[in-house]
Design a protein around this ligand. Sequence first.
Ligand code: ADP
Length: 359
Amino acid sequence: MSYLTLKNINKIYPNGYHAVHNFCMDIDKGEFIVFVGPSGCGKSTTLRMIAGLEDISNGEFLIDGKRANEWGPRERQIAMVFQSYALYPQMTVFDNIAFGLTLQGVDEEIIEEKVKNTARILGLTDYLDRLPRALSGGQRQRVAIGRAIIRKVGVFLMDEPLSNLDAKQRVTMRSEIAQIHRETGATTIYVTHDQTEAMTLADRIVVMKDGYVQQIGTPYDLYFKPVNVFVAGFIGEPPMNFIRGVVRGGNISFGGNVLELEKKLGSRTGDYEGKEIIFAFRPEAVTLGGAEDAYQAEALVELTEMLGDSVNVYITAQEEKAILKVDPHDTPEIDSSITFSIPYKDVYLFDGETENVIL
Ligand code: ADP
């Protein structure tokens, strides 16, 4: 049986705004789940309903098979780490981590043992006597996490916990959060708008848009099997290229390059004659020059961006644009004309109207 169950969860705020629509999901013990999506899509609202900080307007939330809609935050055995880590400035790291247990009147020896164990997991052992102001942003965030994980709870909720850190600290802290999860094995739900954080941390990702779940799946599934244009465009950097076109004579055109749909759709091609289709491929799927079992196209190089391990090549073909990601040793000249190949297997087709994946 799953540990957490969300059955058709809805949130309608008192002002009438419907922020979350029919959220459904089963979460197993120990899973690391990430809610991802653009700002305002309902991630925090869902998290806060799980935490018991926000009423569930409609639907049912179960913990271990029991209805928990009416339970208070404490009863739910959930700890939450917020964006702003709000440590007590006048208290040492030790006292900050111990705070919850001290309030509960837990025995001092037990507190000492637990704080030391938590500090070890978080690499804070040498900082226990310091005040928060003498710590880096990353260390402060670890103290905030320590405060949450020291309590024996069933679920950790984290709302954009890395957003106050600089880019480098975020990368370090990201791997530390993964490490903490491996050590504690705690069921975790993590909210972020950053697809890289989602991809690197999650066992399963929930992609949301405008209050609706778009897709739930492993990072692998979301990258290779996106169900619609939104998910396909949200996961991956630079984003997937989308070429919209009406199917004429079984083909669509990318800036004058004829792309034969039959290569991808086979006998189903006829079904799409006269309809709008979105032909899509990831920048990293292409190779320069010709190739077997691949679409070929010609385009003009507008701009190149050297990233070190790869180069982003911005191309245009009669006003239509795309981005290719290639080996830096093959960087084409700006303003030159290039041929590139997109393997058939790496092409996605979406319905132009519903934007759902066809193949
Ligand atoms: P996210 O975490 O994905 O950025 P939120 O869950 O915070 O999104 O918000 C989802 C939507 O609900 C937003 O449009 C937001 O403006 C709206 N919202 C959030 N809180 C309230 C509230 N208390 N009353 C009315 N609308 C709210």
